[in-house]
Design a protein around this ligand. Structure first.
Ligand code: FAD
Length: 361
């Protein structure tokens, strides 16, 4: 259920392993959060507190990316941007330098070759950066994809390996899951199978009543914009505590993103974009002269504890598997999610930290 990056990745992996996968999508594949994402693969910049289970999952996924990318490209026959730019997490105050140093220490122990840059070296690496920036944590391993193209390539890879994809279904409901699996669409068709993998992103909570468990997944709107950039003005992904900037090879500079509680409303507001513009020009003064040419928004599937719901519903005797609630990191987590889901279906096993029933018991 769900044709975003998570559903397509699971379907692709399962199909490769000899299963027959069917994707049921109420709208268009990639038409929600996955197509709106900035595409950053940034486990270190996204996890600043310490090495918890979520960080480990993110890091494992980053490691899987190069071979996963090659496979998706090869099978789909479609190229998509994957840029190993590295990232800079910037700080404006001397006092914040200590926090960067603390992060560098634990992240170095977990696979990052990060270093703290300052002064001439920092501005040599990122020449257009504001001279107000005092230091930055440079993480060479972090990279990014162009999410809309990546999701399209995944969809093609699915189709070409024999995944059946049904789109524009309007409404998809689970009719039966305790003994058999029956899922119906608005036009009266019914679908059945041995397993149901729930990948409905920010809409996963709709299944609370059906499964009789708490599924605290909520939509958090991300407003995001892009500037046109003739010469690549920003060399790395640049993060600060307000957001990020990332230059794409198609000549755009993507800048995100707000975190709004706005229900399922995906509209873009003047206020939301203005806030992004304010910190953008603080980080890169040349942006004061520019207007974003493209603005959009998507709904991140956030969860109560910040961890995704990943694994079987015990009540269903493993017939129903959840893969939802990837919040800010679903593009990054797509390969590892596909692997965890397919491994569970093939071999069993669970990841207790991500157990879907953890909010109920
Ligand atoms: C502005 C923004 C920037 C982001 N940047 C990044 C980033 O840089 N890096 C990163 O890793 N992540 C990023 N994310 C997060 C990432 O986009 C999400 O975590 C990821 O897309 C979630 O994927 P998904 O497949 O679970 O959800 P979605 O892409 O939302 O897909 C869920 C699909 O399920 C469908 N659906 C819903 N209900 C049903 C139903 N009952 N039956 C069938 N289908 C159903 C929906 O129509 C939808 O297509 C960003 C998100 C936003 C909004």
């Amino acid at each position: 259920m769900g044709g975003g990056v998570v559903g397509l990745s699971c379907a692709f992996e399962l199909q490769k392993r000899g299963h027959q996968a069917i994707v049921l999508e109420i709208g268009r594949c990639g038409g929600q959060a996955s197509g709106a994402a900035a595409g950053m693969l940034a486990p270190y910049s996204e996890n600043v507190e310490g090495p918890d289970d979520f960080f480990r999952l993110c890091r494992e996924s980053l490691e899987l990316y190069p071979s996963w990318r090659d496979e998706v490209r090869k099978v789909s026959g479609r190229a998509f941007e994957y840029t190993g730019s590295g990232s800079l997490y910037i700080a404006y105050h001397e006092a914040d330098r200590l926090a960067l140093e603390g992060r560098r220490l634990w992240q170095n122990e977990h696979g990052s070759g990060g270093i703290v840059l300052e002064g001439d070296e920092l501005f040599r690496q990122e020449p257009m950066l504001s001279r107000e920036v005092k230091a930055a944590l440079y993480t060479p391993e972090e990279s990014h994809v162009y999410a809309p193209d990546y999701v399209l390539a995944l969809e093609h890879a699915c189709r070409l390996t024999g995944v059946q994809i049904y789109e524009q279904l309007g409404k998809v409901s689970v009719e039966e899951w305790r003994s058999d699996l029956i899922v119906t669409s608005q036009d009266g068709r019914s679908f059945t199978g041995d397993r149901l993998v729930v990948c409905s992103g920010a809409w996963a909570q709709e299944l609370e009543e059906v499964f009789g468990i708490r599924i605290p997944v909520y939509p958090i709107r991300g407003q995001i914009c892009a500037y046109e950039a003739e010469v690549k003005p920003v060399q790395h992904m640049v993060f600060c505590n307000q957001g990020y900037l990332v230059a794409k090879t198609n000549g755009t500079l993507v800048c995100g993103a707000s975190e709004d509680v706005a229900g399922f409303d995906t509209s873009v507001t003047e206020r939301g974009i203005e806030r992004l513009r304010k910190w953008n020009k603080q980080a890169f003064p040349f942006l004061a002269e520019q207007e974003p040419f493209h603005r959009w928004a998507g709904l991140r599937p956030s969860t109560q504890d910040g961890f995704p719901l990943l694994g079987p519903l015990q009540e269903s005797a493993g017939r129903v598997v959840m893969a939802a609630g990837h919040y800010r990191n679903g593009i990054l987590l797509s390969p590892v999610t596909a692997q965890v889901v397919a491994d569970y279906i093939d071999k069993g096993g669970r990841l207790p930290a991500f157990a879907p029933e953890r909010f109920t018991t």
